[in-house]
Design a protein around this ligand. Structure first.
Ligand SMILES: [Zn+2]
Length: 266
């Protein structure tokens, strides 16, 4: 999946740098949610920090497959946020974990813009099982908190010409829709339209394994019905392993296709 994403972007960059992409699915690389000035307003985009590629924030999806990485018990200052999957804290860690490294950028802004550009979280929704909670934090500070009341989800600021990163925490697998708006100052206060993007938190492999196991049990049950008695037992044990690996292959194939078609739309 990672190879596919990189090769597409590389081709685009070689041909037409810098390139504006349509809504896109991001699952690797260093990207910043960036404020750009358009017609006197601050518009939000996703900028690739290394490749010079820009995509609209609105409608784009950022995917984290946490794989075998466990949730961790997160305490920030005096607040215990509970068990969360936590996004990589650096670009190197993100590459090692095959995940994206997502920050916030005011690098595209210059004078007369001065001081901080503030990214305010104005909306939140979650689709999945359980009660999905989303946070962004760094050291002792919680910047975004989806469990706060609407209107108080929080904000994160970076200075003009800079980009900044924190860590994201997610309590459950599922889709987290986050709405952000940027504000700054170019001699007078400047705001802009909010934009909504989605974090896709992919279930850990044990969930896939359980789904796969369910399918194996079902297919074994029907296989036993179709099979005459007296089959040797070691054979059926082998076919469980066989079915398990086939099931994993099936899941990989499905997620690969989904990524490809999302990229195809862009
Ligand atoms: Zn960055």
């Amino acid at each position: 999946m990672k190879k596919l994403a990189i090769s597409s972007f590389t081709l685009l960059v070689l041909g037409f740098a810098p390139v504006a992409l349509a809504q896109t699915n991001i699952n690797s690389g260093h990207w910043d949610i960036a404020a750009h000035e358009h017609d006197g307003e601050l518009e939000l985009e996703l900028d690739n920090h290394d490749l010079g590629v820009e995509a609209p924030l609105q409608g784009s999806t950022i995917s984290y497959n946490f794989g075998p990485n466990p949730k961790v018990d997160v305490t920030i200052g005096a607040s215990n946020l509970g068990l969360l999957w936590v996004s990589p804290a650096s670009g190197e860690q993100a590459d090692a974990m095959s995940m994206p490294f997502i920050g916030f950028s005011a690098e595209e802004l210059a004078a007369p813009f001065t001081g901080p550009v503030t990214f305010t979280m104005t909306g939140f929704s979650y689709t999945g099982s359980g009660t999905g909670q989303f946070y962004m934090f760094e050291d002792e500070d919680i910047f975004f908190n989806s469990t706060a009341s609407p209107g108080s989800y929080g904000s994160f600021s970076v200075n003009v010409g800079q980009h900044g990163h924190g860590e994201f925490g997610f309590s459950h697998a599922g889709l987290y829709s986050i709405t952000l708006a940027a504000s700054g100052n170019n001699g007078a206060p400047v705001g802009g339209e909010p934009a909504t993007y989605t974090f896709n938190i992919v279930p850990e492999p044990s969930t896939y394994a359980l789904l796969g196991l369910g399918a194996v049990v079902l297919s074994l049950m029907s296989w036993r019905k179709r099979t005459p008695q007296g089959r040797d037992h070691s054979r059926s044990t082998m076919s469980v392993a066989d079915e398990l690996s086939r099931n994993h292959a099936k899941h990989s194939a499905i997620s690969g296709t989904a990524t490809e078609s999302r990229l195809g739309e862009s």
